[in-house]
Design a protein. Sequence first.
Length: 145
Amino acid sequence: MDEKEIKFTVEKIITVEDMEDIFTTAVESGYDGIGYWCVLDNTTESWKKAVKSLKDAGVETYWGTVMTKVVLNGDKIRFYDAEADEDHLEPDEIWYLGMEEFQQGCKLYEQERGSLTKNLEDGNFDAVEADCFIQYCLFGELVFG
């Protein structure tokens, strides 16, 4: 009998809570998360718009909550290189993460590291996993660490 491959895709759901957990773990884990290679820019207009919207709705403005709101608003989160001069950033030292990048990160994480949803559900999504996820979103591969 000839060996054949059967390819299929499985649709998975990432909830708002999952997004908040991913972003919170990435940012609040400091140098164990993304802090050793990038800085989250919380001075952009999209950030300010998300904060205002959350506050108007009576929602706490935690890092992960605001980051999720930025993406769900159709805007992009801005990051920059931790080793760059923040007063004189070059274009290649600035990275943006919106919904398209988030979806890319989900797909690549699944391909490279296993089930994102299972790791989140089982509590196996730590700072290292969050770091990898953000790198997949921004670069399409692991660049740092």
